[in-house]
Design a protein around this ligand. Structure first.
Ligand code: PLP
Length: 468
């Protein structure tokens, strides 16, 4: 064991942030986690919008156990498995046409990497060899691997690794609270806006050269980077039209939103257009085993099928292993049988009301957003000007730590304003949560924010001279 700078001892584990202590979780049950010391914590973010069916779900545990007793692993280069075949059928049954083919991965970044490679191959097989650029949106997050990070627009997550990343074009997101166009061009607030942010896609395609652009990737409802930011109705229809016009594939990254999180099976179903490719993971296995997938249209599938090699070269060892497939299959069955997606939509309305109440109580809350059980609370130092807190202040992290002390885990994030500044908390409780438990979560969060406002903030304003 090696002493740390601050005198603490560490073990051999290399944590993400070496300045933090990580409570050791011994077990989970329902929406609760229990530390080694016996402290109970509400898992208010389901990990990172993962454990949608709650901890220690007996059906999921049993599905894993049964499959492990049969066969835990086969390699997809040569074999398939019964749960994998069934899972693909189940996924196809909840997807609208033409999204009927499923390529399995073992996580979200892998699915995103696969989606951008697949888009490129689709164009190559059709004779458009120059098409390779992927347009994405500012502040977006699509994964941590080099390709997925290259297309992510989150400056804070990219900056240290920038020399390793490929450079791709980006457009502004439909972030109405901080609408880039309203401020500069005085266009009215949605729904009467003129969708400048959607038409930016056309401008970007034309300026890059349509013959070079392969795909546009976006989150239909934003997750980690600006939780629950949802575009006005009409945005997706316009984006779809622009993609069709220039033969650009539309990739919906539903790694965080897929499998019911926003109150529809997929977030794009809140709108009136269908993407060509959808990436999924997280809730897909409810966290019981790593799993992800790229769901694609019949047309893309046929192009690969008819190509000279008939192959898509994107194999990852653990992709679609039988154990993960078995649990994924049980997840989707439970979602259907227990009507969880409808439940999420209903609970989302309840949560949205509670968040509005929370905002009224706290001047440091600039915006609250909620779609199903995906919610975001955005903090500002000045509600009128929407000015974010100074980056160094780590406001969201401080509030999340206060919540944790009080027995509530929420997922803090930064960069929602410009990729670097801007503090928010992501709330994404398991679908099994009750209204009473939502009340409890909101009460704890409110106490934590009040404490932040009273103590931490007054200390900060004392030293920086800035008032809220
Ligand atoms: C929208 C989105 N895409 C991709 C990813 C990357 O997924 P993973 O962490 O499983 O690699 C994430 C993870 O948070 C995500 O939210």
């Amino acid at each position: 064991m090696k002493p740390k700078k601050n005198g603490r001892e560490t073990r051999h584990i290399f944590y993400r942030d070496l300045n933090r202590e990580y409570p050791v979780i011994e077990r989970g049950e329902g929406i609760y986690l229990y530390t080694r010391e016996g402290k109970r914590i509400i898992d208010g973010a389901s990990g990172a919008a993962v454990v949608s069916l709650g901890h220690a779900n007996p059906r999921l545990v049993e599905a894993l156990k049964k499959q492990a007793e049969k066969v835990a692993f086969v390699h997809l280069s040569t074999f398939s498995s019964e749960p994998l075949l069934k899972l693909a059928d189940e996924i196809a049954s909840v997807c609208p046409p033409p999204l009927k083919r499923v390529y399995f991965t073992s996580g979200g970044s892998e699915a995103v990497e696969g989606a951008i490679k697949l888009a490129r191959q689709y164009h190559v097989e059709r004779g458009n060899r120059d098409k390779h650029k992927v347009i994405s949106r500012f502040i977006s997050y699509h994964g941590s691997t080099i390709g997925a990070l290259s297309i992510s627009g989150h400056a804070g997550r990219r900056s240290k690794y920038a020399p390793l990343l490929s450079s791709f074009p980006r457009i502004p997101p439909p972030y109405c609270y901080r609408c880039a166009f309203r401020e500069h061009r005085k266009t009215p607030h949605p729904p009467h806006c003129d969708f400048e942010c959607a038409y930016e896609l056309e401008r970007a395609i034309l300026s890059e050269g349509p013959e070079l652009v392969s795909a546009f990737i976006f989150e239909p409802i934003i997750g980690a980077s600006a939780p629950a930011v949802a575009p006005p109705v009409g945005y997706l229809r316009r984006i779809r039209r622009i993609c069709n016009k220039y033969d650009v594939l539309l990739i919906a990254d539903e790694v965080m939103t897929g499998f019911g999180r926003t109150g529809k099976f997929f977030a794009f179903q809140h709108y009136d257009a269908i993407p060509d490719i959808v990436t999924v993971s997280k809730s897909m296995s409810s966290g019981y085993s790593p799993l992800g997938a790229i769901i694609i249209s019949d047309e893309i599938y046929r192009v690969i099928e008819d190509s000279p090699t008939g192959a898509f070269v994107h194999g990852h060892t653990f992709a679609g292993n039988p154990l993960s497939a078995a649990v994924g299959l049980e997840v989707i069955r439970i979602l259907k049988e227990e009507k969880y997606v409808e439940r999420v939509a209903q609970l989302g309305e309840y949560l949205a009301g509670k968040l509005e109440g929370l905002k009224r109580r706290h001047p440091t809350i600039g915006d609250v957003r909620c779609r199903g059980l995906l919610a975001g609370v955005e903090f500002v130092s000045n509600r009128k000007t929407k000015k974010p807190f100074p980056r160094e202040m780590e406001a969201a992290r401080k509030i999340a730590d206060l919540c944790l002390e009080k027995g509530l885990y929420l997922y803090p994030g930064k960069g929602s304003c410009d990729g670097v500044r801007g503090d928010h908390l992501l709330m994404a409780p398991p679908y099994i949560i009750t209204e009473e438990q939502i009340d409890e979560m909101i009460e704890v969060l409110s106490e934590a924010i009040a404490e932040f406002e009273e103590t931490v903030l007054s200390e900060e304003t004392h030293t920086t001279g800035q008032a809220v």
